[in-house]
Design a protein around this ligand. Structure first.
Ligand code: HSE
Length: 442
């Protein structure tokens, strides 16, 4: 039986998970592949520790260059994370004729447009299923299972840390800062949680999903991104009273504006109806909802993070590549990595956020005095923004009260124009919260 020789960069949580599968599931995988996967080498900056795994048959190095240039390695698994030095190591591995599998969404979102053509040029495969949705095989479903469809929309709960925090805040009435601390103690959130809680991790993943959905270049830098750090327990309660739950959603949709294709891409805390499928996805679970013109709505859900689920997706990519290599020794994808053949991947403009249409939840802190709600409503009316619901919460110690408004649909540009006038009112404080609402078109 022939074999594929594998090297791993990074023996952190996911790296050790991948190593564990390669060692412990070797015979199961050989039965599925007709081919052996052998972990030959691994690199990590710190080798003086207990890995909790017998790596005695694996060549260990503290220099990733030993792996990406080694003659006896066919496939490199990159699990260092982040932009650099991951980008350089992956590029070097490709240039040395090695297939690459990575769980690194930041890498693909930021440098995919460099690395994908490089892999094609060198005739090697690049797999990144684990970069989106952790253990959920959502990229494979989108790229292959839904290939007959024009994708109409993609919605994702793509960050386990944020979903854990929002779920806990709702269930326990707890404050953001306390739950974030607990998430860090449980190992869900990074020590520096900025990428998670400010929506950047979700934006990385959404930019990959959008590109794969619409055959467009990856444009991570153009994703409108807001995180969850301004959400209070009081907002979560007020939203629940209105029949909604707050989820950090990534949303991507195609548009045709004056005959020109544009793509809407946004990440922000979103009101979802309590009855919606996406509202039921709790704790650190992720979900991706893809709607296609023939298949209609499909939903994929499961563990979006963690050693075992993410390693499961990493090794599934390794197995796909091993299978293709076994056909004729070359690399022919079952599907191109982004689901469209390279010349058909287009440079599609991003829809400006000002043109995005939504309904809104607005929370103002105002002085409790006559005429404040009338003044706010009057400005909204000037901008043709119609109200669906209005409520006022109890007075705070500072004599400010929370006024909550749900609007009907308008554009972001129109809403922001009205908001800048409202914030200038003397009775309205500056800490306004704007949340967008989604009904998922179902
Ligand atoms: N920090 C990420 C999350 C891990 O919380 O979902 C998976 O990308």
């Amino acid at each position: 039986m022939s074999e594929i020789r594998v090297g791993i960069l990074g023996l952190g949580t996911i790296g050790l998970g991948a190593a564990r599968i390669l060692i412990e599931q070797q015979s199961l995988m050989a039965r599925r592949l007709g081919k052996t996967l052998r972990l030959v080498a691994a690199a990590d900056r710190s080798l003086e520790r207990d890995f909790g795994l017998d790596l005695s048959s694996v060549r260990l190095s503290d220099d990733a260059n030993d792996i990406v240039t080694a003659d006896d390695i066919d496939l490199v698994i990159e699990l260092i994370g982040g932009y650099e030095p991951a980008r350089s190591f992956v590029a070097t591995a490709i240039e040395h004729g090695k297939h690459v599998v990575t769980a690194n969404k930041a890498l693909i979102a930021k440098h995919g447009e460099e690395l994908l053509p490089l892999a094609e040029k060198h005739g090697v495969a690049i797999g990144f299923e684990a970069a989106v949705g952790g253990g959920i095989p959502c990229l494979k479903a989108l790229r292959e299972g839904l290939a007959a469809n024009a994708v109409e929309s993609v919605y994702g709960i793509l960050n386990g840390t944020c979903n854990f925090i929002l779920t806990k805040m709702e269930n326990e009435g707890a404050d953001y800062a306390d739950v974030l601390k607990e998430a860090q103690e449980l190992g869900y959130a990074e020590a520096d949680p900025t990428f998670d809680v400010e929506g950047i991790d979700t934006a990385h993943k959404l930019s990959i999903l959008a590109s794969m959905s619409f055959g467009s270049k990856i444009k991570f830098d153009e994703v409108f991104t807001e995180g969850i750090s301004k959400i209070t327990a009081a907002d979560i309660g007020a939203v629940a009273d209105l029949g909604y739950r707050i989820k950090l959603l990534g949303i991507a949709k195609p548009h045709c504006v004056d005959g020109e294709s544009k793509i809407e891409m946004r990440v922000h805390p979103t009101l979802v109806p309590l009855s919606a499928q996406m509202a039921q996805v709790s704790d650190s679970y992720n979900a991706v909802m893809v709607s296609g013109d023939f298949v209609e709505h499909t939903v994929y859900t499961g563990r979006g993070a963690g050693e075992r689920p993410t390693a499961s997706a990493v090794i599934a990519d390794v197995m796909d590549i091993a299978r293709i290599c076994s056909v004729d020794g070359g690399v022919k994808y079952l599907a191109p990595p982004m689901g469209y053949v390279a010349p058909e991947r287009q440079d599609v403009a991003t829809l400006p956020m000002a043109d995005v249409h939504s309904e809104y939840y607005l929370r103002f802190m105002v002085q409790d005095e006559p005429g404040v709600i009338a003044a706010i409503s009057s400005i909204l009316a000037d901008h043709r923004i119609s109200l669906e619901a209005v409520s006022q919460k109890e007075r705070h110690a500072t004599h400010a009260v929370a006024v909550i408004m749900l609007t009907h649909g308008t554009t972001e540009g129109n809403l922001q124009a009205a908001m800048s006038r409202i914030i200038a009112l003397p009775s309205v404080q500056e800490d306004v919260l704007i949340l967008r609402k989604e009904s998922f078109g179902v």
